[in-house]
Design a protein around this ligand. Structure first.
Ligand code: LLP
Length: 431
């Protein structure tokens, strides 16, 4: 089994956090996202503990809520001492509604609207990460209107090549995010902040990409950023107090994935920060990390009902399910790999190799190809594992499919944290 919280009960059914997936599928219908609260809390603690133990708590772990945003997840991560990274007015609104303190929120985005910035300033969001010069000007104007001084960070492209899918790589110079170091754009942005009387430059941010297994690119990014902070101190006489190193640690999607424990990754990055600071006698900055996938990814799975099995002789076998790219677009977007199993016979050997096809009117609507699976037939319950991150949050109503419900498991007991959308929900904004 992919993770220790997944077990098989006496009936041969797959269980997550002690809850029987076959019963969950019956009770809540399919498709259904199921999340294990214990796994989420444990991941939060791994990050939080390292920050406390290896860095004297001089920093904050902010859950990157783009991975999975709803009120309950903000409540959970907040209760574990984490802050939140939000990337839209909608995520910000949800976080605030859930009681996440504004000062523990970091607001990102390469194209925030005036209204979103106004909302963030009104709510006194702790850190706004500016992505371009126009944003700095807008932010200063809004802050002045409200008679406030706003804490900003600048998103920097450190020029790091992380080995991950091109679409989820963000630290290279050819990226729509942030200010480039090599071109002098980043230094110019730091200078620009000095001319805005209602902005307080707190520090710098970078995020090199997502689903990264190696620690070296993170450590290298930390070194590059501290060298730049030192350059700022030398050339402008400004000592920046904060460094946000983004998210990105990879998780296990299939057996061959072998991620390092998150705590070890963070502790290595912290060592790189300490060494770089010592080398140039720079005061240790307040550190922020923004893990998303590594907090919720492995905690979730998706349950589907098999609608039909279609074998095309000498070509392939399609297992057709009642969801698809509308609840999990990641294969269509990035050819992401997943492990699937028949939740009714989770112990049975995987004697077939199949393509899992979704229900959307699109040939590319697949959950995966060449996937080992038990022989299944119509009516079986299919589980796709490690779907806790970037599945619900990237779901759509394509083909007017209602978004599935999300059920959270605690001590073996399910509770619905997001209702399934109804057909009435689908038309509620239609005129
Ligand atoms: N901080 C910033 C500024 C980010 O842009 C991201 C992710 C994170 C933190 C969290 O990264 P994580 O720890 O989750 O890797 N939809 C893609 C992933 C896009 C990630 C975008 N930014 C996927 O499904 O793989």
């Amino acid at each position: 089994m992919l993770t220790p919280n997944l077990t098989v009960n006496a009936q041969g059914h797959l269980c997550i956090g002690g809850a029987d997936c076959v019963s969950l599928a019956k009770e809540y219908q399919t498709p259904l996202y199921v999340m294990d609260e214990a796994v989420i809390r444990e991941s939060c603690r791994k990050f939080h503990t390292v920050m406390q133990a290896s860095y004297q708590g001089n920093g904050m772990i902010c859950y990157a809520s783009k991975a999975f945003s709803c009120k309950e997840i903000y409540r959970i991560v907040h209760s574990e001492g984490l802050g939140a990274d939000v990337v839209s007015g909608g995520e910000l609104y949800t976080a605030l509604q859930a009681g996440m303190p504004a000062e523990k929120i970091v607001f990102h985005g390469n194209s925030k609207s005036y209204a979103e910035l106004e909302f963030a300033v009104t709510e006194n969001v702790g850190r706004i990460v500016a992505d371009h010069l126009t944003e700095l000007a807008m932010l200063n104007e809004i802050a002045a209107q409200q008679g406030k001084t706003v804490g900003v960070m600048l998103r920097i492209k450190p020029g790091i090549d992380a080995h991950t899918h091109d679409f989820v790589q963000t630290g290279k110079i050819d990226s729509k995010f942030g200010f480039a170091l090599e071109t002098g754009e980043a230094l110019a942005a730091v200078k620009a902040c000095g001319s805005y009387s209602n902005l307080k430059l707190l520090g710098l941010h970078c995020h090199i990409g997502s689903q990264i297994f190696e620690t070296a690119p993170f450590a290298e990014a930390a070194r590059v950023m501290i060298r730049f902070m030192q350059q700022i101190r030398e050339t402008l006489g400004i000592t920046l107090a904060e460094l946000n190193l983004g998210g990105g640690p990879g998780i296990k999607y299939v057996e061959s994935d072998d991620p390092r424990p998150f705590g070890d990754v963070v502790s290595d990055i912290i060592s790189a920060v300490r060494e770089s600071c010592a080398a140039c006698d720079y005061p240790l900055p307040y550190l922020l990390f923004e893990p998303g996938r590594s907090i919720v990814g492995a905690a979730g799975l998706t349950l589907y009902r098999v609608a039909a099995v279609k074998t095309i002789p000498n070509v392939r076998t399609y297992v057709l399910v009642d969801g698809g790219m509308c609840d999990n677009p990641r294969y269509a977007l990035y050819q992401s790999q997943y492990e699937a199993l028949c939740a009714d016979r989770a112990d049975a050997p995987k004697d077939a190799v199949v393509t899992i096809g979704g229900k959307c009117c699109e040939s590319g609507d697949l959950i995966g190809e060449h996937m080992p699976l038990q022989t299944v037939s119509a009516g079986d319950t299919l589980a796709v594992l490690a779907t806790g991150a970037y599945n619900y949050s990237m779901a759509s109503n394509y083909n007017r499919n209602p978004r599935p419900a999300v059920v959270m498991i605690r001590d073996g007991q399910p509770r619905e944290i997001i209702h399934r959308e109804s057909y009435a929900d689908l038309v509620k904004n239609d005129l």
